[in-house]
Design a protein around this ligand. Sequence first.
Ligand code: GAR
Length: 190
Amino acid sequence: MTRTPVVVLISGTGSNLAALLAAAAEEACPYEVVAVLADREASGLEHARAAGIPTEVVALRDHPDRAAWDRALTAAVAAHDPRLVVLAGFMKLVGPRCSSPSAAGSSTPTPPCSPAFPGAHGVRDALAHGVKVTGRSVIEVDAGVDTGRILAQRAVDVLEEDTEEALHERIKAVERPLLVEVVRRLTAAR
Ligand code: GAR
């Protein structure tokens, strides 16, 4: 079976990446992770290295400006010729060529439940607002901050005693299988 090549972009601990890799190790999985790129020396890169998958860090500070960084990231992605780019906790906006669904569809798990509370501190913002239900969306990446079309969504109850950390951990437990499900669906169709 020919598997659909996927490039994953990360910035953090890579728990979503680990879930994607675990699913990819199953025989019937429709995708293969061909490279993992990061915008910093993210600890999550270890998951890829342990699996023998090529990694690369394309850091903003190594480029004269954001446009140059974006060109370098796009070239690094294109070098692996993916059919899908998955932003799995990648904490920077990417340019249109990197996220264009016609070139390579992209999806990202966004906390806590797009389109509410976009950005890097969605869980904190949701708690501060006092919402009782939040959740996780996987979206198609566009030029905005968590504004893309929603591909899948799950709800997570907010508990009275929740801290940002505790709530985010429960959200991440929902997010991992949701992201894998969406990536399986998208790659099976390509
Ligand atoms: C995940 O919870 C992901 O949803 C979030 O960063 C975390 C990364 O965790 N992404 C965003 O906030 C994107 N807007 P991980 O490095 O353990 O996968």
